[in-house]
Design a protein around this ligand. Structure first.
Ligand SMILES: [Zn+2]
Length: 559
């Protein structure tokens, strides 16, 4: 009996039977999308939709159905202020980058923040403790966390599996009569002797738009096992945003080879996006080519069907018609036809095989000693075996380059024995960015041994941060009357290792300062009512990632 109850929602999901009338939209403006579900992002697929909020913050956000708040999370990055509501039909709605919550939820959150003395919190209210009704305002839209402009990030997850599902499957209205667009087509020789257009390495294939709106590629000559990749996007009607596709299909001579769709996926698999896209191409050109074939190490569940891993075997003298279709969720389709002739031709464009002294076998753990630092890759850090390029400089070690994605963290251990006792405190492991500026990476220190765990290949060094953070009032001055002020706001910044902690007190009592790293601002809201006398002493302490600390004090008056 129990098994049946547990299985039912999964069965419903696999059938694609999403409740189309159960939920309302989370905003009461027409839904215009800045991002779609499954869209290709850095190291992940987008797990919701991004709804534009007319370049404004503070739009009311509505509960899409009756439910109970099951999780509230506030973080400097990521989702910023985020709210999770579980609904009785087995789905959980998620609202992120919020400016603030509704008064009831806001006071619940504030109490916890004051109890824990922390702006960043994560709470899981008891079931039924914070009930919400459909159509009630639960929050206001914002731009908090890793958001680069005001919008609402909205998700619908299965409450049991926590799998994010495509929110547009629930009948939300988005105007879309616009077809998806192809930007680029690439052919990949895959077997050892494969050739495409006289090339043994990846080659771009030109195509053009036909009168009927479909696309036709220039004829390809090839031999051996080949694959195709596309750069493409979808657009809706009311904005120019280049959003992600819903589905991709690849047929060869009418037979389905590849069928991908973004109905749902799991957070556990999302990083395998780096096997779907041509990662070295992305690292170099910042454009994501989606492969229509499956490579080693790809464990994505987004394939509805797959024949021969989506790879096409081309034989001498035969002709093939490869057809790639891209789709959005509203039934708009674009088709690209690629005629292929099986023909052996001389190779004029060949892969330069770069061999180095060191080889990584992906399935095994790998250790390398570079003197100044040691690097340890656990088994399956990488998807493929490769020749790794390791370099030691005077003060740096270079671990290959960013063209290869790591699926897991690897460990980098530095010998910092050349530093004095004082310098050891100020020192940290840094990754050099493209302009060779040091970026702090979380550094664990044990004596003169510094360790970090990271997924980023590149150049690392030890840097010293000798300068304490800066603190400056933004909207008030010493000894000022602030009776009409609603907020206190301060600017805080650190030049190198970055801000680790911040703390503020009014007349000796801890106050909640909301930190917005994007604007380097700390904000105290006088509505929190901490004050008990006219004269106020403010103390703000900010510490950077190596422990340099600055204390700012100021006094003001308030009635
Ligand atoms: Zn988003």
């Amino acid at each position: 009996m129990l098994a049946i109850i547990l299985l039912l929602p999964l069965w419903v999901m696999s059938q694609g039977n999403y409740p189309v009338d159960a939920f309302r939209a989370p905003l009461d403006i027409p839904l215009v999308l800045a991002g779609t579900f499954g869209e290709l992002r850095s190291n992940h697929f987008h797990s919701g939709i991004d709804i534009k909020t007319q370049q404004r913050q503070g739009l009311p956000v509505y509960a899409i159905g009756d439910g109970t708040v099951t999780r509230i999370k506030i973080s400097h990055w990521g989702y910023g202020k985020a709210l999770y509501i579980a609904h009785p039909n087995g789905y959980t709605s998620v609202y992120a980058h919020l400016q603030k919550f509704s008064p009831e939820i806001e006071s619940y959150v504030k109490k916890i923040q004051y109890d824990k003395k922390s702006f960043e919190i994560e709470v899981f209210p008891d079931y039924g403790e914070l009930k919400v009704q459909k159509d009630s305002i639960v929050a206001y839209s914002g731009n908090t966390g890793g958001s680069s402009g005001p919008h609402l990030h909205f998700e619908i997850r299965s409450s049991i599996s926590e799998k994010p599902t495509n929110p547009l499957l629930y009948g939300l209205e988005v105007r879309d009569a616009t077809n998806p667009s192809f930007q680029a087509l690439y052919a990949y020789p895959l077997s050892p002797n494969a050739i495409v257009n006289q090339s043994s390495k990846k080659i771009q294939i030109p195509f053009s738009r036909q009168q009927d709106g479909s696309f036709l590629a220039e004829e390809v000559t090839a031999i051996g096992t080949i694959g195709f990749g596309i750069a493409a996007f979808d657009r809706q009607d009311l904005a120019a945003n280049q959003n992600g596709l819903y589905a991709i299909e690849q047929k060869v001579n009418g037979k389905m080879y590849t069928e991908i769709d973004f109905e749902n996926f799991s957070f556990a698999e999302t990083r395998y996006i780096n096997t779907l896209i041509d990662y070295p191409h992305f690292a170099k050109y910042r454009r994501r080519i989606q492969r229509c074939y499956k490579v080693n190490g790809n464990e994505l569940s987004i394939y509805k069907s797959l024949y021969n891993d989506g790879k096409v075997n081309i034989q001498e003298g035969l002709s093939y018609q490869v057809e790639i279709q891209i789709k959005d969720l509203h039934g708009n389709v674009s088709t690209l036809v690629i005629p292929v002739q099986g023909k052996t031709e001389p190779v004029v464009n060949s892969e330069e095989n770069i061999r180095t002294e060191n080889y990584v076998v992906a399935s095994k753990p790998n250790n390398f000693d570079l003197g100044l630092a040691k690097v340890y890759f656990p088994a399956n850090t990488f998807y493929e075996d490769f020749y790794i390029d390791l370099k030691k400089g005077e003060d740096t070690v270079t671990i290959h380059n960013s063209s290869i994605p790591a699926h897991k963290n690897f460990t980098l251990t530095f010998d910092a024995s050349k530093y004095s006792e004082r310098e050891l405190k100020q020192a940290f492991i840094a990754r050099l960015d493209k302009k060779r500026r040091p970026d702090y990476v979380k550094t664990y220190k044990r004596g003169t041994t510094f360790t970090t765990r990271t997924r980023n290949l590149g150049t690392y060094t030890i840097s010293l941060d000798t300068v304490a953070p800066k603190i400056r009032p933004k909207n008030f001055k010493e000894k000022q009357w602030l009776s009409n002020y609603r907020y206190l706001s301060l600017y805080i910044a650190d030049d190198l290792s970055g801000i680790n902690t911040y703390q503020a007190k009014l007349n000796g009592k801890w106050i909640l300062m909301e930190y917005e790293p994007k604007t380097k601002t700390l904000t105290y809201n006088f509505d929190d009512r901490i004050l008990d006398k006219k004269q106020c002493e403010l103390e703000v302490v900010v510490t950077d990632n190596v422990g340099n600390s600055t204390t700012f004090t100021s006094s003001f008056y308030r009635n």
